[in-house]
Write a protein that binds this ligand. Structure first.
Ligand SMILES: C[S@@+](CC[C@H](N)C(=O)[O-])C[C@H]1O[C@@H](n2cnc3c(N)ncnc32)[C@H](O)[C@@H]1O
Length: 238
C-alpha cells in the first residue's frame, strides 16, 4: 500500500512526540494575515488549529485517507477549512494568500528534483511579503537517528513496526500494522513511505531568489548544528 493509507486512522494517536504546541507558538509569532494554505496537511492538526484562531484555511494533501481524518477532526472542532486532495508540488490556490505552511516532514516527501517547482508554486501562492514556513527532518536524523533502525509500539488493539532502510538520497520506511478486529483476531497491513534527505544548501538553492529566509533548530531554537534533527525554515516572499 502507498503511504498514509492504513497509517491515517492511527496517525494522531501515534504522533504524541511532535511539538505541535511549540510549532503553533512559532506560527503565532511569525504569521500575519488571515488567509493561509497548509501543504501536506495530513490529519489537519495545524490547519484546524489555525482555523480555530479565525484564519481562513485550505489544507492540501495527497492522501484521501488523511484528508478524511482531517475532515472528521474539523467537524469535531467546529471549523470548516477547505480540504483539497492534490500534490503539494503542483498546488496553487485560486488567489494569493497571506501565508503557506508545510509542517512535520512534508518537504521530506518531495524529491530533490521537484523542490524548485514546489517552492516556485509556494511563492506564486503568496502575496508579496507573505511567509512560507516549513520544516525538514535533517540529513543527520534520516541517516543516523532513523537510519537502519526499527521502531515499534505495542498496544492491545494495535502493534506497529516501523523498519527503515537508508539509501543514498533518503530512507525507505516499511510500516507493518497488526490491527485487532472485532473478533479478536489481528489483521496485518503494510505500507511503504520514502523520505528524502535534503541538505541545507539544496533547500537554500531550491528556494532561489524568490524568498529571503532564515533557519534554525526546532528543538533548541538555536542555530542548526551537525546533530540538529529538525530544521525550521522561515521564508518571506520577495
Ligand atoms: C508526516 S505527515 C505530516 C502531516 C501534518 N502536516 C502534520 O503536521 O501532522 C506528511 C503528510 O504529507 C502528505 N504528503 C506527502 N507527499 C505529498 C505530496 N506530494 N503532496 C501532498 N501531500 C503529500 C502525506 O499524505 C502526509 O499526510
Amino acid at each position: 500500500m502507498n503511504g498514509y493509507s492504513c497509517l491515517a486512522a492511527y496517525y494522531d494517536r501515534l504522533m504524541t512526540d511532535f511539538g505541535y504546541d511549540s510549532y503553533l507558538g512559532l506560527l503565532g509569532r511569525e504569521l500575519e494575515g488571515r488567509e493561509g494554505v497548509d501543504l501536506c496537511c495530513g490529519s489537519g492538526r495545524i490547519t484546524i488549529a489555525l482555523a480555530l484562531q479565525g484564519k481562513k484555511m485550505t489544507g492540501v494533501d495527497m492522501s484521501g485517507e488523511m484528508l478524511s481524518v482531517a475532515a472528521d477532526n474539523a467537524l469535531k472542532a467546529g471549523v470548516k477549512p477547505l480540504f483539497v486532495r492534490a500534490d503539494a508540488t503542483a498546488f496553487r490556490p485560486q488567489h494569493e494568500v497571506d501565508f503557506v505552511t508545510c509542517v512535520c516532514d512534508g518537504i521530506n516527501y518531495i524529491r530533490q528534483k521537484d523542490l524548485a517547482v514546489f517552492f516556485e508554486n509556494a511563492a506564486c501562492s503568496l502575496k508579496k511579503g507573505g511567509k512560507l514556513i516549513f520544516d525538514a527532518s535533517s540529513e543527520y536524523k534520516l541517516k543516523k537517528t532513523i537510519g537502519n533502525n526499527v521502531f515499534f509500539e505495542d498496544y492491545d488493539d494495535l502493534t506497529y513496526i516501523w523498519s527503515n532502510t537508508p539509501f543514498a538520497g533518503g530512507v525507505k520506511m516499511d510500516l507493518t500494522f497488526f490491527i485487532r478486529g472485532r473478533d479478536g483476531k489481528y489483521i496485518k497491513q503494510t505500507e511503504e513511505h520514502t523520505q528524502y534527505a535534503h541538505s541545507e544548501s539544496t533547500i537554500g538553492k531550491a528556494l532561489g531568489d524568490r524568498f529571503s529566509f532564515r533557519n534554525f533548530d526546532f528543538g533548541t531554537s538555536g542555530p542548526v548544528t551537525a546533530k540538529t534533527q529538525r530544521i525550521v525554515w522561515v521564508c518571506e516572499k520577495l
